[in-house]
Write a protein that binds this ligand. Sequence first.
Ligand code: TLP
Length: 358
Amino acid sequence: MSTSVTKPERIEQTRIAAVVDLRSDTVTKPTPAMRRAMAEAEVGDDVYGEDPTVNKLEQRAAETFAREAAIFVPTGSMGNSIAIKIHTKPGQEVICEERGHIFNYEMAMLSFFSGCMPRPIFGENGALNWSDIKKKIAPGIYYRAQTGLVSLENTHNMAGGTVYPQAMADEVCDGAHAAGIPVHLDGARIFNASVALGKPVAEITKKFDSVMFCLSKGLGAPVGSLLVGSKKFIEQARIYRKALGGGMRQAGVLAAAGLIALEEGPKRLHEDHANAKFLADGLQKLRGIKLNGKVETNIVVFDISGTGMDSATFTRKLMEKNVLASGISPTEIRIVTHTDVDRGGCERALAAITEMIS
Ligand code: TLP
């Protein structure tokens, strides 16, 4: 096995308090209310289906998405891997967007676990329309690998937290279904899309066959994601979750924080969106920085080619000023707003970037 892979840079514990961490919305710490709920959670063995707090979380998730059932999984990646496995057969293709998480950041599990081949297509703002997808659906001939699944992402992470235009998503679902192909939604940040659109998650996801969403991102839980769908789909998901090592026993301690994230988290996402817009407005005035499209939610992606720095240099110099950002390509930076960074933190981050490049 190759030993040349790199690890993400770690920040010394003593510096963390002083740092404005905009690397991701995954970095949030549980609130005091979450910690209390975790300490007091009623628990049981969830592999036997006996953890009351996990059961309550799954029930609340299913209700929120107006679905028959839901399953608590440790990570969004596991939720997506399970969904892909259920929807497909080995040897099939999965149509997804070129910058999508399932294609780029899930350790090739689509092939490794489900035995499928990705069929990536570039979509403006990370969104694919039905006519783009239709052209890539394999003809029904025995000597061509068949299209087993279409998987969309909303909001689209690497396209800059973009919201899928609803009519476009609906048309993809209708078209794929007419062709006999299921559609999965990687809705890691679907509550951000819901807030941006002013529509409930149940409404914007109703045409999808399955939806994965994360509690551990903008909603602020320390750990956990859910997969929602039909009763039959979730029964199958339980088998694959166990196979992947995701049967977490007394997971109610995590689900307790998750319940608070699910009920309370969506109420404050508009603040993260306003902070991202504030940062974007400031950044676009700076020489050498070019925003990669519109900022609709809590993610800002920008190109720094004009500064003369590459992204590794940019993030390293910024870290010296106690601001953390992610380099997502040699020339692109991503910053993500979340509940642990307030407007004051964003002002400090913008001042640090301004000072650094001027
Ligand atoms: N995204 C992480 C990184 O993996 C890139 C981040 O910092 O944004 N779907 C989408 C759209 C995601 O952005 C992520 C995580 C996942 C799935 C996977 O969730 P986890 O990290 O819980 O496996």
